[in-house]
Write a protein that binds this ligand. Structure first.
Ligand SMILES: NC(=O)c1ccc[n+]([C@@H]2O[C@H](COP(=O)([O-])OP(=O)(O)OC[C@H]3O[C@@H](n4cnc5c(N)ncnc54)[C@H](O)[C@@H]3O)[C@@H](O)[C@H]2O)c1
Ligand SMILES: [Zn+2]
Length: 372
């Protein structure tokens, strides 16, 4: 790749087997999407998948950078992350004569990336893929690591594949139009990376949250870079989640259960994860694995970032029921990633239901009624 093309971009590689995905991060990179994809030999014909909302904001600019494109627009929102939408993408590809040498470029948040990525993984047994993530969550999390897929009426992300992108082009400037609540939801995943792997990142978010919310590129960009580095490193060591990759699930056991019992309507993903991180930290303190001042630092940072939707009306029993059904339970014992300090974690595999119940009650959920 010509070096001047990327002299002001940061490059992070994800290596899985013989495959290398390059993640390129830089302010204004979206304007150079065409040249960057050319340099990565990304398919002769590129099919952009986006939604009307996102394309209205950024389509003109990205379309121009790609030398003019007719995007395949899919409906916006988690409820359209399904096989019917994938089928619409196939229709568009087939009608336009896409072939094995074609590539899909997703322009959007995690919903678009996961759905378009699944279409790329399956169309003609797999065609090339690139992501241009437009939410903070997609820039630091969902566009990296190759997990693609859609929901089934009976559960989230039940249908999927691993399909690594050739390139991920991250332009924090695209976040200027992102609603504050969506932005904050992504920021909780940044906090997650801090807790699992980098005290420095954690402290930076705490110190510079105002500038981060103002989307000041000088502050936001390094936080995104650091998050991408952490995810890339974990995925490069364990693509298929046989061990290490599980640390990325920190906060997700309780988080997913909160999302499920509220039918994915109350919380943005990151908000549920914020509660999940608090629960995991509380469990860690109860076990004597984490100093209480570390838990308090996490709790303070989350409070500083903004309000979370209420949980007081959610019954502990329902959360426990979802967790019990969750695949992380083996022989009645739960696997949970807990922090042992800000920046380091441990996976424990012997959490009992009583222990989790006590944690959830302390978190403020509706107590389980005693017998009789
Ligand atoms: N594949 C993975 O590894 C992975 C990891 C984490 C999450 N996910 C998935 O990601 C999805 C959540 O992604 P998300 O949080 O990005 O939500 P999302 O894709 O639904 O986007 C949130 C909202 O923001 C809008 N939006 C997107 N970019 C915008 C912009 N630049 N300006 C203004 N509005 C914009 C969208 O139209 C949408 O309404 C979930 O389906 C989750 O399962 C996948
Ligand atoms: Zn998450």
């Amino acid at each position: 790749m010509p070096s001047d093309l990327l002299k002001d971009a940061v490059r992070v590689d994800v290596r899985t087997g013989a495959h290398v995905s390059s993640i390129l991060i830089g302010d204004g990179l979206a304007d150079r999407a065409g040249e960057i994809f050319d340099a990565h030999h990304l398919g002769a014909r590129r099919f952009v998948i986006s939604t009307p909302v996102i394309w209205r904001f950024h389509g003109e600019r990205i379309g121009r950078a790609l030398g003019g494109v007719e995007p395949i627009l899919i409906p916006d929102g988690e409820r359209f992350k399904n096989l019917q939408t994938v089928s619409r993408i196939y229709d568009g590809l087939i009608r336009a004569g896409a072939d094995r040498g074609s590539a899909i470029v997703s322009v959007g948040g995690g919903v678009v990336g996961d759905t378009a990525g699944f279409a790329a993984a399956t169309f003609l047994r797999g065609i090339a893929l690139a992501h241009v993530p437009t939410t903070l969550l997609a820039q630091v999390d969902s566009s990296i690591g190759g997990k693609v897929g859609v929901n089934h009426a009976l559960g989230k992300n039940l249908i999927g594949a691993f399909h690594q992108p050739e390139a991920v082009l991250i332009d924090p400037g695209l976040l200027a139009t992102l609603p504050r609540r969506e932005f904050r939801s992504g920021l909780y995943e940044v906090v997650k990376y801090g807790v699992i792997a980098s005290r420095d990142l954690f402290e930076r978010v705490a110190r510079e949250s105002t500038a981060i919310f103002a989307r000041d590129p000088g502050v936001l960009l390094p936080a995104i870079v650091e998050s991408c580095r952490i995810k890339a490193e974990v995925v490069s060591k364990d693509e298929r989640e046989s061990g290490l990759r599980r640390i990325l699930n920190f906060g997700h056991t309780v988080g997913h259960a909160l999302e499920a019992v509220t039918r994915y309507r109350r919380f943005r993903h990151g908000e549920a994860i914020a509660y999940g991180m608090l629960a995991a930290a509380d469990l860690a303190v109860a076990r004597g694995a984490l100093a209480d001042r570390e838990r308090q630092a996490l709790s303070r940072l989350l409070a500083q970032l903004g309000p979370l939707p209420p949980i007081v009306d959610l019954p502990v029993a329902e959360i426990l029921e979802v967790v019990r059904r969750d695949k992380k339970v083996v022989h009645g014992k739960l696997h949970v990633v807990i922090p042992i300090q800000i920046g380091a974690t441990l996976t424990i595999d012997d959490v009992t239901e009583e222990e989790l119940q006590a944690v959830l009650e302390r978190l403020g959920l509706q107590k389980r009624k005693g017998p009789g």
